[in-house]
Design a protein around this ligand. Sequence first.
Ligand code: GAL
Length: 987
Amino acid sequence: MPVPRLLSDTAPAHGAVRTPRSWLHSDVPSLSLNGEWRFRLSPSADLPDDVASPSLDDAAWDSLPVPAHWVLQGDGRYGRPIYTNVQFPFPIEPPFVPDENPTGDYRRHFDLPAGWPDDARIVLRFDGVESLYRVWVNGTEAGAASGSRLAHEFDVTDLVRAGANLLSVRVHQWSAASYLEDQDQWWLPGIFRDVTLSARPADGLEDVWLRTGFADGRGTIDPEVTATDDAFPVTLRLPELGVEVVWATPAEVAPVAIGAVDPWTAESPRLYDATVASRGETVSLRVGFRTVEIRGDRFLVNGRRVVFHGMNRHETHPERGRVFDEEHARAELIRMKRFNVNAIRTSHYPPHPRLLDLADELGFWVVLECDLETHGFEKAGWRDNPSDDPRWRDAYLDRMRRTVERDKNHPAIVMWSLGNESGTGANLAAMSAWVHDRDPERPVHYEGDYTGEYTDVYSRMYSSVPETEQIGTDGSLAPLLGCTPAQGARQRTKPFLLCEYAHAMGNGPGALDQYEALADAHPRLHGGFVWEWRDHGILTRTADGTPFYAYGGDFGEVVHDGNFVMDGMVLSNDLPTPGLHEFAAVAQPVALTFSEGAEQLIVANRRHSASAADLTLQWRVEHDGRETASGVLEAPTVAAGDAERVALPAVPRSDDGETWLTVEAVLSEDAPWAPAGHVVARAQLDRTPSRAARRGSPAAAEWRDSAGTVDLGLASFDRGGLVRLAGRRASGPRLELFRAPTDNDEGAASSDPTYSDASIAGVSSAQLWREQGLDRLTHRLVSVQEAPGALRTVTRVSAANSVDSVTVETIWAAIDGELELRVEIEPTAGWPSVWPRIGVRFDLPDDGSPIDTAEWFGTGPLESYPDSTRAAYVGRFRASIDQLNVEYARPQETGHRTAVREVDLGTFAFTTLADSRGRLPGFSLSRHTPQQVAAARHPHELPTSDTTHLFVDAAQHGLGSRACGPDVWPEFALRPEARTLQVRFRA
Ligand code: GAL
């Protein structure tokens, strides 16, 4: 077929492409063709077919590894990655793509292994090539295929010969298929998964599907064997269960009652080794017994409701892109388990097939999604959307079929997903019908089917807390996206899941606990999948060699979506964010609470089916963060869904400090994913006897005007301003209302009335802050006064061209060898929007000994914000300035510790006093001001600094998830208000 026609052809494949089948571990002879290939990149697709010619001399070509993406090889020699979310990086003119179409020619020689059976079919398998490719063997075309994250097999029996062979592959970056692969990720062309040649015997097993079931303690296997008559007899063996069944003919293949087995669940992923052997081939599988079903509005596995504490997982790595690395994938899955993640949605395409073996083994509920997204058509109101265009029907069905057939044996997969953000239409309905016919057991998911015309579960992304609650509530006709009231009522008869929620971009998300509470309160709500597991940063270097994680725009893309691809719970360098710690705390599988009167601990087992017998309950008592007693509680065995009470020890109280009891549920023994002692759940109880709050000292009465150049205790002042503190240069306190906007602060308010947006649709909080000049406040010293042992200043703070202002009164007083500071912050009426923070900043120049570590008593160990506090607990912590702050892909607010009691910075320390409503301030320590942080696009762009900045904040605005979702919940939004800050410094 001429190249232009092939590129615009909506048919998924041509030539000797074989019927899709399971990815099986087989003993047939095979040869990996991974390794170095000859490679040549051309800027256009319209090339002579010389790539296939055995006489072509490719000696001058480069060498490129397979699997790899060519844009991630050769330091830019082969082009650069492109990041877009919804946008297409080419004109929208389906099914055509531009002539500027990077095309990679690959060649390699291989020797057909001697001894491969003569009567075998020789099969060439590609597990992933982006996006359209043609294959030739010894100069003859075997076929062409598209479907980047799907496997294709070509029958090349008639093309190979004994001894040396030439394999040629031409890969086009853009093709008609690109319109179906508009997922929010980097565009990364190339042969990026394995290439394998195998010899399939005539009496081999073309396909095997061991469907399992579990009920009443017993397992069943409903087998499907695809093989010729010659392959029989076929034997199924499960040695551990003493099962050996021989089927003499295809007609004999029938369900097998297995007897007593342990079921497979994500919590106890019990697998049994099985083999299926024909005359010519043996395949090995790991079988898990489980039954998936929907009953009414419940989604059940083995008869019990599943709650997804899930992550959307893309395959992405800073150096390899979507190239699979088993060790790294295993480490990722282990990390998920450690953070109480129990489910994965394979957004938005099938992962490397081996990932599903790992999911079976480690235990995850998996929603396996097809490689499909046509989001870019939304821009034009879904005009020409392939999802509803018959020309694309075969391509849609082919994608779904390849998805299901490849992975159908995995017990971990409990749902199939048709794809993501592809509008709606007949082709999606056809995919669903095909799945229902092929695999009636597993439900079909697709979020875009708002009215539920062809899917089995109701799914949404980023629905707000109030709307999600409405979905969980019976009898509600509250409006649901895309539904009439009646359609909405019907959707409410199905199990509901959030296929995406809690957009984890930058610092955030807030409100994880609010979503969690909904799943506890409304059984129809089955939890969801955070967007998303990890940042997609690509490791690159600046011109001067500084390494950094690139995002959209860093490679000079014509259209791109900036750092919207950096929205993970794990940073590009594998570091879990505080957001992931928050998730772990919210999703903890046992809930620990205290009875009224604090005599008992209540242990509620929130698991699907596993008991809590694997956990030990350990406790400790701390006085002002220092341990005074500890022990282990006599733990009862709590069955899933049950709660038990455990007596608590007597807690010795501190006379003058705070007394906290901490209980932790830890693994008693090593699990495959964490060592014994790993903390699974934690709870704290404040046992501080109530006593009068520490009050600040009354302000001196005898004020007289002063030049303000005085020494007071451990500090010196000049014209009312601090110049030295505990022997080092210092300045402040300076009112700070600005924080470097988080990605959520930069998110524009939506028009969804339930998104609790504090501002005008289309406008971000950050924009309002900048418009009001919060990042460029100016100061006017109104007065300086002195009294014996005390100093008082009044400053008016405002911004250019603003009538709004804040009056800041500071009173310093030397008391008992300490220096007390009281700051009154009083805004005028009329400030129009929420504020990022209400606090003060101190600047502490290095002068040879930088302040670079803090020890504190308060909440920690990680940063916390008003709507993300569940991972923070009260204790005594120590961290370096680098550990205090998170290196988000785009620099932004970080490092705030709420409710701090005491901070020791080495040369000086300070304690805090609660305000009249009992609120304690928070603190952060940074090498940069918020203004500097806000100006940097990447961490390496931050200027070098010779000063440490200490922030003491009376309050911070919450986080929300407005980068793609609801704004900060009103309760946690910071309104301009009067606040009092009180701290006491000591040397
Ligand atoms: C969703 C989409 C995801 C991702 C996310 C925002 O709409 O399904 O792929 O783009 O938004 O990060």
